[in-house]
Design a protein around this ligand. Sequence first.
Ligand code: SF4
Length: 213
Amino acid sequence: MERDTYVKVAMLMKKEALKRNAPVYQAASYLKNKPWLRFIFVVLSSRTHDETTLKAVKKIEKLCNSWECIKQIENNKMAEILRGIGFHKQKVRYLKAIASKLKRNEVPCDYEKLISLPGIGRKIANVVLADICGKDVIGVDTHVHRISNRLGWVNAAKPEETEQQLYVAIPKKLWNELNKAMVGFGQTVCLPKNPRCEECPVRNWCKEYKKQV
Ligand code: SF4
């Protein structure tokens, strides 16, 4: 595929996700000027709907304005705040442990520092680096992995392979934005089960769709 076509398809996905008010963009808009809360959002967001994660982050925002404050919240109280978040008890421990290593509203923008923090692996680190730190990296989560394979941009069994193949296939100017565009598109159109292919603005460029018709 032409490199310009990747850009065109990615921008169509982003436009459609925004038009459909995808939760990832709602959260990004609310947290736009609040990087440390956005960081907490990313840490809490795995295996949880973005709407639920944002509600929990808003509760934290009402209580705290620094990592020092989070460190002092009792575990039971934090567990109550995070109720509804996937693996919420484990994430209470991660959040408190992260809070003990950071100051004020600090957000590390260094990959090695990020992955040294409890509960942060490659995916979360890359999303933080792209979304909060503005770096040109690709955060590959379940949406990016699924949609990249469906479109035929990669042919990969694991997210790590998808990430490596994307770096080779797509233009660098897409790296930073790709996660949000695909997450939003995956939340609204290219759903994990029963994707809305007949409503999809990029179906003409989709390997999976071409197999069906
Ligand atoms: S045509 Fe279907 S499978 Fe392909 S990107 Fe669109 S929604 Fe996803």
